[in-house]
Design a protein around this ligand. Structure first.
Ligand code: ADP
Length: 360
């Protein structure tokens, strides 16, 4: 048309600035009656503009500062985790590759009967690699990764959670293929309602389900991954939308050995015999991946503490003079770093897995 109208219907003069879309974006926003848009917000909106220099339809009714927050804080440009960084979990990796990565790489093949579910649930004890898997998926599928902790929606974004959710899904749909990782998804989609539940959190939940429904039915290349260590709190509606549900258990003995070796080797500190490694693995039954990482961290301080105890000053300490990490360092660290998951918690996961988990 000859003239354009702003989002609220106010007249926007059809001025195009040559080469840059700044004028356009600013006028859009100015049309929303928010004149205090700073440069960083402007730059962020420009990046989301299409080839025509226009902000995509979906983003036009959203608040610029929320779009900026999503782009800067929630969107992760470089998730930087590869499959090879994740110890064990072969079964989960295989499922995820077929179910999620191939469809994101080849949408042309995975349609119709082969169209994938758009919701994946990763459940299991904390610190077992659920977030790592999410990041690796984004990396392997060359997708944009969005990370949000659901509890921040209810705590930090009180009253604004709904708007932020809309901004999140809006930006994701402009950045396809996209992976949206929702940590602690139980706090968003839990079945505890009625008395305790506030009106606002009910609305937030509804908004979230609507957004999911939206991309589930469309042709969008968006995958939602929910992670939880309280799967039993999810209600039926949540389970229905998270069609694939994978149990991410504690690391096996082999996986624990791999974590120890991998972390120490990165720093050139690995010099344990197979026998010592086996001993450590026996002593770390029930440790999560994240417990193992803390254990290795603590053990790796051993040689340093020892050198300092001998009276060497930290400023004079030569790296070459420090010995590699040994079994005794681990034995000491084991007294400091205890497993964070209890045995009876594991029973709960296994039961839920039998009832609702996906086998393949
Ligand atoms: P969560 O399951 O709670 O999402 P994370 O993926 O955030 O756990 O893992 C926390 C940290 O623990 C990781 O950054 C990594 O260092 C370590 N870790 C956990 N699981 C594994 C694993 N399977 N392989 C390698 N490291 C792991």
């Amino acid at each position: 048309g000859f003239s354009r109208r702003g989002v609220r219907g106010n007249f926007v003069p059809p001025i195009r600035s040559n080469g840059s879309s700044t004028g356009n974006v600013t006028s859009r926003i100015a049309g929303k009656g928010e004149d205090a848009i700073d440069d960083s917000t402007k730059r962020c909106l420009e990046l989301l503009c299409g080839p025509d220099g226009e902000l995509p339809e979906k983003l036009r009714n959203l608040e610029p500062r929320l779009i900026e927050h999503v782009s800067n804080e929630i969107m992760d440009r470089d998730p930087n985790v590869r499959w090879d960084d994740i110890a064990g979990l072969e079964h989960a990796k295989k499922c995820v590759t077929e179910m999620v990565i191939w469809p994101l790489l080849r949408p042309d093949i995975f349609k119709g009967c082969r169209s994938p579910g758009r919701g994946l649930l990763l459940f299991g004890p904390p610190g077992t690699g659920k977030t790592m898997i999410g990041k690796a998926i984004a990396g392997e599928a060359k997708a944009t990764f969005f990370y949000i902790s659901a509890s921040s929606l209810t705590s930090k974004w009180i009253g604004e959670g709904e708007k932020l959710v809309r901004a999140l899904f809006g930006v994701a749909s402009c950045r396809q293929p996209a992976v949206i990782f929702v940590d602690e998804i139980d706090s968003l989609l839990s079945q505890r309602k009625s008395e305790g539940e506030h009106e606002s959190s009910r609305r937030l939940k509804t908004q979230f389900l609507i957004e999911m429904e939206g991309f589930d039915s469309g042709n969008e290349q968006i995958l939602l991954i929910g992670a939880t260590n309280r799967p039993q709190e999810l209600d039926e509606a949540a389970r229905r939308r998270l069609t694939k549900r994978l149990y991410i258990p504690l690391p096996t003995s082999e996986a624990r050995a791999w974590i120890i070796k991998n972390l120490l080797e990165k720093d050139g500190l690995f010099n344990l015999s197979n026998e010592d490694t086996n001993t450590i693995c026996k002593l770390t039954e029930g440790y999560s991946g994240s417990d193992m990482k803390n254990l290795v961290k603590d053990a790796s301080m051993g040689p340093l503490r020892e050198a300092l105890k001998q009276g060497i000053e930290i400023t004079k300490l030569k790296k070459e003079d420090m010995r590699p990490v040994n079994l005794q360092d681990f034995e000491k660290a084991l007294q400091e770093v205890r497993p964070s998951v209890s045995l009876n918690e594991l029973g709960t996961y296994e039961k839920w897995n039998e009832q609702f988990g996906s086998l393949s």
